[in-house]
Design a protein around this ligand. Structure first.
Ligand code: KIV
Ligand code: ZN
Length: 392
């Protein structure tokens, strides 16, 4: 089997920015969009142009700036939304309109008070209308995760017939199990007439913590695009985290699915987005959290000092983190203390280490984490200090 390229569709600036209190201004969006372009994402969803003059301006300015990625604007299946998005995207080198409608019975009945046939007709017309402005039109079937597969296939066929280039299958409420989401993609691949004319896209939310697993299952079953955000930010529990899906595909080469992402930029971008949006990233966040490459228990530290791969499946440098951290706490062992002491200039013999370690434990029981200044103090107040200095 040949390697298959998975398109990375970043929606940090649209779905990600829907996090309450995280509104970005155009200048901040331009900085992030420029970095996303350098990161190598294939598509940047820059905003929802009809939603506000500010969003229109951001999509417009990003369209002027971006030279490599496709720039995309979101719309509902409403003519004015589509016209406004086309206007906002008019300077883009590669513009894409992302239009769609809710397709689950719940959306059709409660949100639209409509029928399946009428929704199908609106979907078809929206794509057809978007095609009068741009060649590249992505159709989303909102709440596809809870949409009956047979109806979903029919609506996908209508979108393809109207000219859709990408079919987005959102698990809007984060409800699906990975096996269900994967089966949905497989069903569409096998049952939608004309599916070879479009690519299927995964758009997963994290309400049950399954967004990443669902996206991976989606591409294993034939989807060729993943919609995601930096740090997994987004509505409610967030979206699929870009850094997670990219590193999963990189660390599992036998899947033969790869991306165009420069992974060495991942940590920097995570910090940038967290800083601009004012959202703190949890320390245990996979790939980019402060503790993702930190080792604190004695057994793990000893293993990592002997060989990093003992407890790390990713080389931190691959994601832009300078090195693994050996964190000194009361759970640390002699190997970690010797390693950190050496880093600050003390080469300890086995006997000296035993002495210093006793002193270290009484410090560590009083303090959560021992830093470099503490190490100096611990060594200087040890009985063997003079001996250490004499042999230095
Ligand atoms: O989650 C969702 O369904 C969406 C669509 C608007 C694409 O974000
Ligand atoms: Zn979404």
């Amino acid at each position: 089997m040949l390697n298959s390229n998975i398109q990375i569709f970043d929606t940090t600036l649209r779905d990600g920015e829907q996090v309450p209190g995280c509104k970005l201004d155009t200048q901040q969006k331009l900085i992030i969009a420029d970095q996303l372009d350098q990161l190598g994402v294939d598509v940047i969803e820059a905003g929802f142009p009809v939603s506000s003059p500010g969003d229109f301006k951001s999509v417009n300015e990003i369209s002027k700036l971006i030279k490599n990625a496709t720039v995309c604007g979101l719309t509902r299946s409403v003519e004015n939304d589509i016209k406004v998005a086309a206007e906002a995207l008019k300077h883009a080198k590669y513009p894409r309109i992302h239009t769609g409608i809710g397709t689950s019975d719940s959306h059709i009945k409660h949100k639209f008070k409509s029928t399946r046939e009428a929704i199908l007709d609106r979907a078809y017309k929206a794509v057809k209308y978007a095609k009068t402005f741009v060649e590249d039109v992505e159709f989303y079937a909102e709440d596809a995760g809870r949409t009956d597969n047979d109806y979903l296939a029919r609506i996908c066929e209508a979108a393809i017939e109207a000219g859709a280039t990408v079919l987005n299958i959102p698990d809007t409420t984060g409800y699906c199990l990975p096996s269900e989401y994967g089966a949905k993609m497989k069903y569409l691949k096998e049952n939608v007439k004309g599916i070879e004319k479009a690519i299927l896209s995964c758009h997963c939310h994290n309400d049950l913590g399954l967004a990443t697993a669902n996206s991976i299952e989606g591409v294993i079953n034939g989807a060729r695009q993943i919609e995601c955000t930096i740090n997994g930010i987004g509505e409610r529990a967030g979206n699929t985290a870009l850094e997670e899906v990219v590193m999963i595909l990189k660390q599992h080469p036998y899947l033969q699915l790869d991306t165009n992402i420069d992974t060495s930029m991942l940590y920097g971008l995570s910090q940038l987005v967290s800083d601009k949006m004012g959202i703190y990233t949890q320390p245990n966040k996979a790939i980019v959290g402060a503790n993702a490459f930190a080792h604190s228990s004695g057994i793990h530290q000893d293993g990592v000092i002997k060989n990093r791969a003992t407890y790390e499946i990713i080389d931190p440098k691959d994601v832009g983190v300078t090195e693994s951290a050996i964190v000194l706490t009361a759970r640390s062992g002699r190997a970690a203390l010797a390693y950190r002491a050496k880093n600050v200039g003390y080469e300890l013999t086995k006997l000296q280490l035993d002495e210093v370690y006793e002193n270290f434990l009484s410090f560590a029981d009083k303090k959560k984490e021992i830093d470099d200044d503490d190490i100096h103090q611990i060594v200087e107040t040890s009985k063997v200090y003079r001996e250490i200095m004499a042999s230095a």
